[in-house]
Design a binder for this molecule. Sequence first.
Ligand code: ADP
Ligand code: ASP
Ligand code: MG
Length: 405
Amino acid sequence: MSLIVHKYGGTSVGSVERIKAVAEKIASKHRTGDKIVVAVSAMSGETNRLIGLAKDIQEEPSLREMDVLVSTGEQVTIALLCMALEAAGISARSYTGGQVRILTDEAHGKARIKEIDSHRIHADLDAGRVVVVAGFQGADDAGNITTLGRGGSDTTAVALAAALKADECQIYTDVDGVYTTDPRVVPDARRLDKITFEEMLEMASQGSKILQIRSVEFAGKYNVPLRVMSSFEDGPGTLISLEDDDQMEKPVVSGIAFNRDEAKLTIRGIPDQPGVAYKVLGAISEANIEIDVIVQNVAKDNSATITFTVHRNDLVRASALLEQIAADLGAEEVSSDDQIVKVSIVGVGMRSHAGVAATMFEALAAEGINIQLITTSEIKITVVIEERYLELAVRSLHSAFGLEQ
Ligand code: ADP
Ligand code: ASP
Ligand code: MG
């Protein structure tokens, strides 16, 4: 008998019909003898709808009240799914995050899970019930409702799987696995049979929104076998696990990720002196603005230029701050650009192969795409390019690395 955690995302529980179909799927697995714990998202569109309601009242609502509000979406689906399970003849019980006791820190809107009390869940499983837990939410020490950040139901599922020592955590979604790139952008993207935690973490960090970054971190840390599969059709999905040793069949590049959520800022004509990068970037991070790609250049006249990217939502704030810093440092110019995207190629095989960057740059050059910034890590190469070239860039890289079906 195995213990499996299932997670169903927004589209998979997007209507009463779909909730009934999910219940049927769970019921058929339950009948084979599996113990099943389910984490669910809110019905698709619901979290955005709730955020919209709040914004109609207040520009910057309190984070505590936002969590009370947005956590309701998942409370609706747990109840409906349990009703559908009962209607299908399966005994089931729903719990909110706080009821399970998914204990988190107090960081409303981006809380981290500290501990999960698995007693209640085990007791229900032993009594033959399916347990349905609201994803995306928990409670802090004082009992306040917290949420885990957008896409956080993935993390709930993986954390439950780790706490319950489940045999596998299955993420059921609207695609039948992890693809070489987002199939919405490249129709001939290919489903991967498996991918390592490390690669999946880079893919997610570089913008592939198929899994929340934290869920992959969690799965890697606790070595929870994670499988992404379709809610709508049967199939093997994609297994995300530790790297295995069969180097032979390892592709150099496993996937391509992209991120349209960033904007670029540049400060030109600053002194090339110790402490200047700190003055510029330190002030930005002190304002709690996350900085991603950073590039610094020094011109012949010894003046320096620093370019960096931030989330587009932070661009206005970051620009205002940079203007102030520029005035303090006597900089020549500040500029910003929100029409950029980040495109990354990811693969553990890069470690042992030369010439990967050259292949990437050649493919982009052949399409006349100008590279604005470049950064690399051991298993990824990222470029920043003009937004209008995104699809062309991803498609040409996809074929340059032979990733198509
Ligand atoms: P859910 O609502 O089930 O959590 P998400 O919308 O969060 O689903 O994630 C699934 C979506 O992720 C897919 O519909 C697909 O468009 C997108 N996606 C992005 N990158 C990839 C990728 N590399 N492989 C598969 N899907 C991807
Ligand atoms: N409902 C939340 C969101 O839309 C959490 C999730 O779906 O994973 O972000
Ligand atoms: Mg998701």
